[in-house]
Ligand binder design. Sequence first.
Ligand code: ADP
Ligand code: MG
Length: 254
Amino acid sequence: MSTPVVEVTGVHKSFGALHVLRGVDLVAHAGTVTVILGPSGSGKSTLLRSLNHLEKVDRGLVRVGGDLIGYRQAGNKLHELSERQILKQRAGIGFVFQNFNLFPHLTALENVTEAPISAQRKSKAQVYERARELLDRVGLSDKADAYPRQLSGGQQQRVAIARALALEPQLILFDEPTSALDPELVGEVLDVLRDLAAAGTTMIVVTHEIGFAREAADNVIFMDEGQIVEQGPPAQVLDNPQHDRTRAFLSKVL
Ligand code: ADP
Ligand code: MG
């Protein structure tokens, strides 16, 4: 089998005395959708953030696309990367946040062009053309010149997804992409996620949207108290969970 896009082995992370990740192992292959479920505080965001250099692991190994992101064994120094390596790796990993995190002073189009223009890999004309294609892909070609405050939450999140796609990442991480939205706006964002999944985008999605997990996930992971309690195809984890903790969680969100 090909090298996995994401490889996490034995990862631990604490904030002070709080042991948040307690030995996490995770593999995600190219073109697959991984959905992570779990109660608030179980370490889901910390795990996603450790894939993208937003957190450093205390112990264990993280690789994305075969590149070492973080590595530390007991008693050893953290494997240090240069700032340049970190920026390069981050450019290959899209991140979509719960609260959109758009640049408020930039238009939708400028939010999408900002990173590729700073990366200076393509001409401005190419970057703008591609950004318009991406806005079209998320159904917002008519909002290119709107500022975030002029857009609904669902529209802002779709701009954020277009922005995440702009550097043609090998992986996109979504941290509760619909949980800040009014219920009637959730569907339009999930539709974009479904399209991305169907197009073979490698994605890890933290969400409580069980319907989305059931339809779109290749692998569903249930996390609790900093550990992966169980994982497998949706039919297994959602419909025939093996652990009491998974059953208890699902009975609350379903
Ligand atoms: P989840 O995303 O599953 O809700 P998080 O990974 O955000 O969980 O957080 C796990 C635990 O770590 C929580 O108790 C949270 O308060 C704590 N935590 C997260 N980030 C920090 C931080 N930067 N400093 C201190 N505690 C943190
Ligand atoms: Mg979280």
